[in-house]
Ligand binder design. Sequence first.
Ligand code: KDO
Length: 316
Amino acid sequence: MVCVSPALAKDKAKLRMSTPASATDQRCIALAKVFGPAVADFAVYEPHYNASLIAQGSELESIASGDLEMSITSAQELATFFPEFSIFATGYVHQDAAHQVRVFNDPLMAPFKQKVEKELGVKLLTVMYLGRRHVNLRMPKSELTVMKPEDLAGVNLRMPGSDAWQFLGKALGANPTPMAFTEVYTALQTASVDGQDNPLPTVVDAKFYEVTKQIVLTSHLVDLNYIAFSKAVWDELTPQQQTELQAAADAAAESSRKNQLQKEEELVSFLRQQGLEIYTPDLKAFREQVQAQYVGSKFAASWPKGVLEKINALGN
Ligand code: KDO
């Protein structure tokens, strides 16, 4: 009998992945259960959760400098290097998870992907669905009911720490406060912020429901992340391995999308059981106010001509 020993671990590419998310986040579960095993013949997937390896927002720089191989990055983080990425971080642009996939696979994305690859040495492999972001507040509805953007006036809303995020917080009518994801639970608990915004699965996974009282279903951003991968490592792989790695990333994204969508459906009742009040505000008022803020903004000025129309045309 011929015994073929598997390639030694030391010959395999080590793929360190850093994220502020926890191991129980659906994107992380899919990467660990679907991506890691699918590339195991030629690579060792090594996830680092809760920003324990790299601080939130520094992952792209770390990949560019060779200190990290992978991350789950956001359009907002990319916009700090390439402002035109803010188009994918703009409130009420993406309509749902399927729209995100159509946009990512459309030729309109090619110049965006090429620029990141050429100037940062980062490949954007696939798009992951994070979910519909909603406003989640410490105070009960009896103290503050949010139906319109003006109801958020003076509310200290934690938003992640880059320009594009802060702009969205202001556009919603709130007073945005930049803060790393890993600090949000304590900030809510100690009342150093009034609230935060994230999709329902994140509110549950990070246990924000323990320290908040209401969720206003603003759906202000159908949020996404890209799997960011080191171009230098990619170039070391054989064409066959590249094909397998790409397929593994797509399969992980698909699995995580399905689970995340299901969780968004299921978690409303779980959160109500936990005592949170959940309600829908005047969505037309929010959409119109947010869209109006982007018109003529420095972000809109960076969007390549015609791209917004193409994104909209890919919608439902
Ligand atoms: C957050 O900091 O609120 C955010 O939701 C921003 C996302 O882009 C993403 O980085 C996410 O955190 C983390 O992965 C934790 O879920």
